[in-house]
Write a protein that binds this ligand. Structure first.
Ligand code: DGL
Length: 266
């Protein structure tokens, strides 16, 4: 029995998609979310900077007595996960491995596309993890930096996102992939636009549900589940103003936030 919270962090708001999935399958868990809105985006920052930010937030979550930390940001998972695991002594779960497992399961022709921020694509974290499981997998990487601001503007369908997606996806479309990893917190919200441009048979994979399942398995394996009947709740903390976060949160989260406040973590 373990009533301590689950910590989740992201560079900003997008990691709420993971919180959403966690709250659905683990309704009795208390979830503490940190959105580093003062320092977002991580997608164009150096590895050293991303590791420093991730370490600061993880340390803060551990001080808040979190029993598990979920790195809900693809860029932070790509650059900082191993570093975090070597420094902290609690289970730390990233989003790369769960997304990779889902895509290995989905592909039939061993050709997988990966979309992500500049940072995620530069790291080739998805490619390396895919080839570790199957050395014959061909990976086609594509950075899509304009997708994050589009989603935050709520501009997820229509002519503008379609035109941008067409340009980004040109190489992927020509590469005969049968599976496409949406390797960024924000991209699942562009699924229908991406679907329009890709061949209808291509499977779009994201890490949201698979990461939540991994968290559930770790809780079961280590017997970290809370008392039966305990009410959970989502407690959000942001490093910049709460107002913008509050106005955007509904795009990513279908469940109610119990509390939202500002924190200084640096
Ligand atoms: N959360 C980031 C990711 O999943 C996207 C936003 C950013 O660049 O910080 O890669």
């Amino acid at each position: 029995m373990d009533n301590r919270p689950i910590g989740v962090f992201d560079s900003g708001i997008g990691g709420l998609t993971i919180v959403n999935a966690l709250a659905k399958i683990l309704p009795h868990e208390k979830i503490i979310y940190v959105g580093d809105t003062a320092r977002v985006p991580y997608g164009n920052k150096s590895t050293e900077r991303i590791q420093q930010y991730s370490e600061e937030i993880t340390r803060w979550l551990i001080q808040e007595e979190c029993k598990i930390v979920v790195v809900a940001c693809n860029t932070a998972s790509s650059h900082a996960l191993d570093n975090l695991k070597s420094k902290f002594n609690i289970p730390i779960i990233g989003v790369i491995e769960p997304g990779v497992e889902a895509s290995i399961y989905a592909t039939q022709n061993n050709r997988i596309g990966v979309l992500g921020t500049y940072g995620t694509i530069r790291s080739d974290a998805y490619g390396q993890a895919l080839r570790r499981l199957n050395k014959d997998i061909l990976v086609i990487n594509q950075a899509c930096p304009l997708f994050v601001p589009l989603v935050e503007e709520g501009w997820v369908s229509g002519e503008v996102p379609e035109t941008i997606a067409k340009i980004y996806l040109e190489n992927i479309v020509a590469s005969d992939v049968d599976t496409l990893i949406l390797g960024c917190t924000h991209y699942p919200l562009l699924k229908s636009t991406i679907n329009k441009i890709m061949n209808i048979k291509i499977k779009l994979v994201d890490s949201v549900d698979t990461t939540a399942s991994v968290v559930q398995s770790v809780i079961n394996e280590l017997e970290l589940y809370p008392e039966k009947g305990k009410s959970g709740g989502i407690f959000c903390h942001v490093s910049d103003s709460v107002d913008l976060f509050e106005s955007l949160a509904g795009r990513f989260l279908e469940v109610h936030i119990s509390d939202l406040s500002h924190i200084d973590i640096f």
